[in-house]
Design a protein around this ligand. Structure first.
Ligand code: SF4
Ligand code: SF4
Length: 246
């Protein structure tokens, strides 16, 4: 017992003080991109052609965060001339079109659904639905329950049953085999309910976009919150939850 207490005292308080104190992620973290709108046409076009996700609109100088896997290729081949990825983790949006960005994101709190404003301020429970992803999105969501993030201190949690949930948090592209399970889970959540698409697979199909084996999430259920990333950083998820629900 003494040994445990000694270890505890030695370790100190490990929980992040975010959002009371701002949190800066490692400089190598690829967060919100800043596109150089004055970039040469040839370079912007080259980046668009090389992008494995067809996420770049060279003419409008936009990157679609709903498709981007944050591989950093466009930054590398343009040597930063076309885009620079910042370590800003706040990237979520309530409208799909807002994910097409050159570096600015709209205020999340402005566009959230009026009927749920204030309703989940003290407590919100989500049912996680892994609709066919690679498990990285799910693993980085799970991290939110560790002492550093301590999601439950905000009154946010993940429920075992959709009947006890206020919404669903979907990760991965919706595979044909998961379609029925997703719809039944959605139907089981009582109204008013929220749908969160987390990760580029859930938002656009990600690397599986166009496959006949997947069904776009938006054609099945109405999406209220989009959280970009591949996978989204736990802080991107946390920031989105806090600004959307709190
Ligand atoms: S970082 Fe995103 S936009 Fe750039 S090449 Fe990779 S997928 Fe495309
Ligand atoms: S978005 Fe990326 S990390 Fe998440 S399920 Fe798809 S491939 Fe995996």
């Amino acid at each position: 017992m003494l040994k445990i207490l000694k270890t505890r005292i030695h370790q100190g308080y490990r929980t992040s003080q975010y959002p009371t104190k701002p949190l800066t992620l490692h400089r190598h973290f690829k967060g919100l991109p800043q596109v150089n709108t004055a970039c040469r046409d040839e370079m912007a076009q080259r980046c668009a052609e090389m992008c494995p996700q067809e996420a770049i609109d060279a003419k409008k100088r936009l990157i679609d965060l709903g498709k981007c896997v944050f591989c950093g290729l466009c930054e590398r081949i343009s040597n930063g001339e076309f885009v620079h990825f910042t370590n800003e983790f706040a990237m979520a949006a309530t409208r799909r079109e807002d994910l097409l960005t050159s570096g600015a994101m709209p205020d999340l709190t402005v566009h959230r659904r009026k009927d749920v404003q204030g309703l989940f301020g003290r407590s919100v429970q989500l049912r996680q639905v892994s609709a066919g992803g690679c498990n990285a999105c799910e693993a980085d969501t799970n991290v939110l329950n560790t002492p550093f993030f301590d999601l439950s201190r905000f009154g946010i949690g993940f429920a075992a049953s959709p009947r006890h949930a206020d919404g669903i948090h979907v990760t991965g592209p919706v595979t044909r085999n998961m379609r029925e399970a997703l719809l039944r889970t959605y139907d089981a959540v009582p109204e008013p309910k929220i749908v969160i698409a987390a990760g580029c697979c859930a938002i656009s199909g990600g690397p599986f976009r166009g496959s006949p084996e997947i069904i776009p999430l938006e054609t099945l259920v109405p999406v209220d919150l989009y959280i970009p990333g591949c996978p989204p950083h736990p802080m991107t998820n946390l920031d989105a939850f806090l600004r959307f629900f709190k």
